[in-house]
Design a protein. Sequence first.
Length: 106
Amino acid sequence: MLMTTTPTIEGRTITDYYGVVTGEAILGANIFRDIFASVRDIVGGRSAGYEKELRNAREIAFEEMAAAAAAMGANAVIGIDLDYETVGAQGGMLMVTATGTAVKVR
């Protein structure tokens, strides 16, 4: 499955548009990672635990979006937009949404 944030794919012709497809992932944060992230916020540095969760959520959202496009008969998704939000009590969960347009290219 070809996936891009651009509205076209260079060297390819879009032959069919199937519509908007989305993929979502909501993941909870681990209490120990929260504690270590708070310490890192105070002393500086990157939070590897949160970065790993963010990558994981993004991959899940992309996989769901690609599966939805394939189910429509598409072989590509164009115009992809990623959205990140915290949800739940005290923002304890991370939500990633991927949205794009399912198309057939040749």
